[in-house]
Design a binder for this molecule. Structure first.
Ligand SMILES: Nc1nc2c(ncn2[C@@H]2O[C@H](COP(=O)(O)OP(=O)(O)OP(=O)(O)O)[C@@H](O)[C@H]2O)c(=O)[nH]1
Length: 874
């Protein structure tokens, strides 16, 4: 455009303001209209203003047309499309793409359209289509342009503008628009009638419009020009396709249009504006206007509105896209991650997902310490092994023999773990022995242990639980030290143990392997020091370190409600240092460390890494294996605990939805599921957890243990009531029922099982469950027959000639012979005959011959009762 004196010196920003639009939007429109503009301070000439206004008018017209067409049926649209496609069309482009014949008839154009529709569909299906469309436009445009111009030239469209226009419009047309045929003829038509408007495109578009959804944008641009040229078909089509976007004339819409429709419009205008030969540059410029981001960062679920904003899209466009993806959504609807990814992908936008770890899931938080801040910490050791191989004795012996001088005389506290010192180095032992407890912790995500001592009794050798323990330790990737115990016993054969363990890849060093074996006698206190030294050796090799100078983090080993002190948690500090007064979260509970006691009963002010301590100051009792972490203040701790308990409840609810007590009965009746409901009460949370995980592992076909309640402490009356209501049994592990609970249990006939050894509990439950599975049979009498005659036949025995008096007699049934009301015999029916033929069954009112298996003393007047055993369904 040439410069003009402008009288009023209206600047872009002023004009935008007058329309209640942003400068950016006006600039966008001006650029589309090929009106030079630099920035919001640029002066808008009258001509520019009128062109922009015309632009708005066009949009309004199109919107009106769309409204009109909305009433019309889809068929109408299709018709319009086909009409316009055959009637005109920018066929040259299409042709260039499809290589379709140039002389075309309406027929051919139609068929080509069809082909193209198909082609488009497949393109649209291609995930990259959109990207290609947007990203590839600039480059494509150029090549198209050249194609276009040459074609146009040949197609009687010398005008470079026209050529450019079409060329630039083509990329879109190419991608989407079929209109393949009709080309040459149309070219001339277009140039003749409305060259600058690219009428051919307009005509073309509708044709495609009929068939394709995915190709919208490009088409809509073309349509728009069609609309300009006043063709009803194209207008409708465009209106339909552009839909809410353009019609509403809104601001953002324009941006949306950038990538498709308006670009086409632009080109057309370009033609009008006489920017011949600059098509390529314009195209590039237009590319810049497309403000669809290349990449977005998503930090979680978002509403449609938020997503649209992030994608620099109008919400309506996003909603439309969602509909095309099969998701019906409103602007305020939350979109899940998958949908956001799908949506962005469809817009050709790359997504980087950055979901921040929330404080309330602090156990997943990974803290990377500067290696310089790390200090050596004591190793944390678990003792595992087969039942009665001496785990507890070994733990006791280690504890009693390795008390540091300063702590001697302290009152030993059971806090789930203890520390010993040897050669001025500490070792922490978890004192809930057994792999069940260990794995229960591990299952909860708690990685507490650094190494495992596998205890094997030298007089007993490798037993099933030894192997299990090895596998558990291996699964956790822990170093193993083998303590061959009870070497004091006469039958002890440590070498046999070594030999057996080679099968499990535990080869002693002296045999060329890398497993440390130590012969000990927990009872006689032999080899204990050597064992401890070996632990330190392994620790040294593995360099266990932690940063003591930060807020504490660790794991709850066990917890209980103490009558005097309230909730008490025994925790192992794993990182940082726990101090008196620290606010913290443990599991779903929170608190402030009121008092801290170590395993020797000494009050501590602070506890560093690998230190087990018992803390008070919690509001509730956390669970064994729960993570704990210190937070800046109690308020924060409380809010995190609250959030965690909500999440926990939800997940529990979800996990319980499969079987509710109500459903349980039906499920059992239908034979779908059989649950053994169990309530577990134990002395400490650690043993309860161990028992729970062991019970969960019981596998008896079709039946499973369902723990409906568990906790530390005596069996209370409320436990019994719950058990009665839920048809559950109560297992007490190292606890007794309270007096009232015992009474109620007797009244309610609730089964209480008291145990001191986990193994026994498992065995008992397993047997009970197997018992449940044994089918229960019920006798069902199916008929009676009266003996009328008897025939003795050698080799066969006595045949009773009978009349079936009730029901039926079946050969597979069992029978009892009744004489004078007394059962004389009970057994199988050997043969059942009707005349001379074998019969499967004989019904009431018929005669038959019966022989009984192993019984011949049948007499006239006897009654044979046939019965079957039916399985009683649970
Ligand atoms: N002679 C001898 N007996 C031992 C030794 N260690 C343990 N025992 C005995 O073996 C039995 C079982 O020992 P525990 O320490 O209870 O064994 P455990 O592996 O803890 O057993 P559970 O807790 O039942 O799994 C006890 O009677 C101990 O006194 C030992 O070194 N020598």
């Amino acid at each position: 455009m040439s410069k003009q004196e402008n009288k009023d010196k209206l600047r872009v920003y002023e004009y935008a303001k007058s329309l209640n639009m942003s400068s950016k939007e006006i600039i966008t429109i001006l650029k589309r209209l090929d009106i030079p503009v630099n920035n919001h301070m640029s002066v808008m000439e009258n001509d520019a203003v009128s062109k922009v206004e015309q632009f708005f008018k066009d949009i309004k017209n199109n919107a009106a047309a769309k409204r009109d067409s909305a009433a019309a049926s889809g068929g109408g649209q299709a018709k319009a499309a086909s009409v316009s496609s055959s009637g005109n069309g920018r066929t040259p482009e299409s042709k260039s793409q499809t290589q379709a014949g140039q002389d075309n008839s309406a027929i051919r154009s139609t068929s080509n359209n069809k082909n193209q529709s198909e082609k488009q569909v497949s393109m649209n299906n291609n995930k990259t289509t959109n990207q290609t469309k947007s990203a590839g436009v600039a480059t494509q445009t150029r090549s198209n342009q050249s194609n276009g111009s040459s074609q146009n030239n040949s197609g009687s469209r010398p005008s470079s503008q026209g050529g450019d226009r079409q060329g630039s419009g083509r990329p879109q047309g190419q991608n989407n628009r079929p209109n393949p045929s009709g080309g040459p003829k149309r070219g001339p038509q277009n140039s003749g009638s409305r060259p600058s408007q690219g009428g051919g495109q307009g005509g073309n578009r509708p044709a495609q419009g009929g068939g394709q959804g995915g190709a919208n944008r490009p088409q809509s641009s073309a349509n728009r020009s069609g609309g300009d040229s006043g063709r009803p078909g194209s207008t409708q089509d465009r209106a339909r396709r552009d839909g809410g976007g353009n019609n509403r004339g809104g601001q953002k819409r324009f941006e949306d249009g950038n990538r498709g429709g308006f670009r086409g419009g632009n080109n057309n205008r370009g033609g009008r504006g006489g920017r011949g030969g600059k098509g390529g540059q314009q195209q590039e410029r237009r590319e810049k206007i497309d403000n669809t981001p290349k990449k977005i960062i998503v930090r979680g679920e978002m509403t449609v509105g938020e997503t649209a904003k992030l994608l620099h899209k109008d919400a309506s466009e996003v909603i439309k896209k969602l509909i095309s993806l099969g998701v019906m959504a409103t602007i305020n609807q939350e979109l899940d991650m998958d949908t956001i990814l799908l949506l962005a992908g469809d817009f050709g936008v790359e997504v980087e997902v950055k979901i921040p770890v929330e404080d309330d899931r602090f156990e997943t938080l990974e803290e990377n310490d500067d290696p310089a801040d790390l200090e050596v910490r004591p190793p944390v050791v678990t003792i595992m092994g087969h039942v009665d191989h001496g785990k507890t004795t070994l733990l006791d012996t280690i504890r009693s023999t390795s008390v540091t001088a300063g702590e001697a005389g302290g009152i030993t506290q059971h806090i789930g773990a203890y520390q010993v010192e040897i050669n001025h180095k500490k070792i922490t032992f978890l004192d809930t022995p057994g792999h069940e407890a260990f794995t229960a912790m591990r299952a909860r995500g708690a990685q507490v242990t650094d190494m495992t001592i596998i205890v094997v009794a030298a007089d007993d050798g490798v037993m099933p639980q030894t192997v299990e323990a090895i596998n558990h330790a291996k699964a956790a990737g822990l170093p193993i030290i083998v303590a061959v115990n009870k070497i004091d016993k006469p039958g002890a054969n440590p070498d046999k143990v070594k030999q057996e363990l080679t099968e499990y890849e535990l080869v002693p060093e002296e045999w060329g392997g890398d497993t440390i074996f130590v012969n000990v006698s927990a009872k006689q206190k032999l080899g204990i020091e050597e064992l401890l030294e070996m632990i330190l050796l392994v620790a040294e090799v593995n360099e266990y370190k932690a940063n003591p100078n930060k807020r504490a983090r660790g794991t709850v080993i066990e917890a209980e409600l103490d009558k005097g002190r309230g909730p008490v948690a025994r925790v192992l500090v794993q990182h940082g240092t726990l101090k008196i007064g620290d606010a913290f979260v443990a599991g779903n509970c929170f608190g402030r460390v009121r008092a801290m006691v170590n395993d020797k009963g000494r009050r501590l002010k602070e506890a560093g890494p690998s230190t087990p301590v018992e803390i008070t100051g919690l509001t509730e009792v956390p669970g064994a294996g729960d993570p704990f972490m210190v937070f800046e203040d109690e308020r924060k701790a409380r809010s995190i605990a609250d959030k965690r308990s909500i999440t926990h409840r939800q997940s529990e609810l979800n996990s319980n939805t499969r079987v509710t007590l109500d459903d349980l009965f039906n499920a059992i009746k239908e034979g779908e599921i059989k649950d053994l409901n169990v309530i577990i009460k134990g002395d400490v949370q650690g043993s309860v957890e161990a028992l729970k995980s062991s019970l969960a592992k019981i596998e008896v076909e079709g039946v499973r243990v369902k723990i409906i309640h568990s906790g530390a402490g005596a069996i209370t009356e409320s436990d019994i009531i719950l058990a009665a209501a839920s048809n559950a049994i109560v297992i007490g592990f190292n606890v007794r029922p309270e007096a009232q609970a015992k009474l109620t249990a007797e009244q309610e006939k609730v089964d209480i099982r008291l145990h001191r050894v986990i193994y026994n509990v498992i065995e008992e439950i397993e047997q009970a469950m197997k018992g449940m599975l044994d089918p229960v049979f019920k006798e069902s009498v199916i008929g009676h027959a009266e003996v009328r005659n008897t025939f003795k036949i050698s080799k066969v025995g006595t045949i009773a000639g009978c009349m079936v008096t009730s029901g039926k007699i079946s050969r597979s049934a069992e029978a009892r012979l009744i004489r004078d009301g007394i059962v004389i015999f009970e057994g199988k029916i050997d043969s059942l005959k009707r005349f001379k033929d074998d019969a499967k069954e004989v019904a009431q009112g018929y005669e038959c011959g019966i022989t009984l298996d192993g019984y011949n003393d049948l007499k006239e007047g006897d009654t044979i009762e046939a019965f079957i055993m039916e399985e009683v369904k649970h």
